[in-house]
Ligand binder design. Structure first.
Ligand code: AP5
Length: 213
């Protein structure tokens, strides 16, 4: 099963991807997590990406497409994968299509989580993420069982550097101008599942599994 979770920053992509991993036993490929790991390792690519991420701008397509090409050929992706945060531009979507064609694979479903902008700021400013595994929680809407401790791996929960009200504005602008045109791209491909992402986390999960079928 080759899946994609799609939506604005803070729509719940990472949160729902964790439930897909549990159900299907396939890896989540989050370009945001890969970039944050490269920043933590202080690689050249990470340092270049950081300048864009700190301002809430998209990292250049050439960098991101290279990351995905390297990741999808790894052995753990052979049975399937969950793309989270990729693609975010039409050139990235075209590159993915070509790459998957070359690999003899197809995209099964794109799960789009629809959440209006006015809810996004509250979600992002209240988010806490696991320093170890990247799992996402929210101080009010989706709290961890133990404060500041990850439910999945017991790692410490931290606030992401780009999770502030100012950067959220740029990230939303990037989403509306560069990423939202992909909705019609995947609708035309016949793989789009649009879900109401404003419901409680557990209800969105139920709706998602029902829609995947
Ligand atoms: P990335 O890490 O991908 O961030 P993002 O897309 O901005 O998405 P988020 O991780 O912020 O949100 P999410 O949808 O996963 O929400 P979550 O589940 O955490 O990218 C960061 C940066 O890297 C980008 O800005 C860009 O610079 C760069 N980048 C990455 N990929 C790129 C690409 N392909 N091309 C170019 N640049 C790229 O949920 C959010 C919060 O809400 C949490 O607190 C959660 O607990 C809570 N929540 C979740 N669901 C619900 C619910 N149903 N009800 C209430 N609260 C909920």
């Amino acid at each position: 099963m080759n899946l994609m979770v799609f939506g604005a920053p803070g729509a719940g992509k990472g949160t729902q991807a964790k439930f897909l991993i549990e159900k299907y036993g396939i890896p989540q490929i989050s370009t945001g997590d890969i970039l944050r790991a490269a920043i933590a390792d202080k690689t050249d690519m990470g340092m270049e990406a950081k300048t864009f991420m700190d301002e809430g701008k998209l990292v250049p397509d050439s960098t991101i497409i290279g990351i995905i090409k390297d990741r999808l050929i790894q052995s753990d992706c052979q049975k399937g994968f969950i793309l989270d945060g990729y693609p975010r531009t039409l050139p990235q979507a075209e590159a993915l299509k070509e790459l998957m064609n070359d690999m003899g694979k197809g995209l099964d479903k794109v799960i789009s989580l629809n959440v209006p902008d006015e809810l996004i700021v509250g979600r992002i400013t209240g988010r806490r993420v696991c320093r170890e595994c990247g799992a996402s929680f929210h101080i009010k809407f989706n709290p961890s069982k133990v404060e500041d401790v990850c439910d999945y791996c017991s790692g410490k929960l931290i606030i992401r550097k780009d999770d502030n009200a100012e950067t959220v504005k740029s990230r939303l602008e990037a989403y509306h101008t560069q990423t939202s045109p992909l909705i019609s791209f995947y609708t035309d491909m016949g793989v789009m599942l649009e879900l109401d992402g404003t419901k409680e986390v557990s209800q969105v999960t139920k709706d998602m599994f029902k829609a995947i079928g």
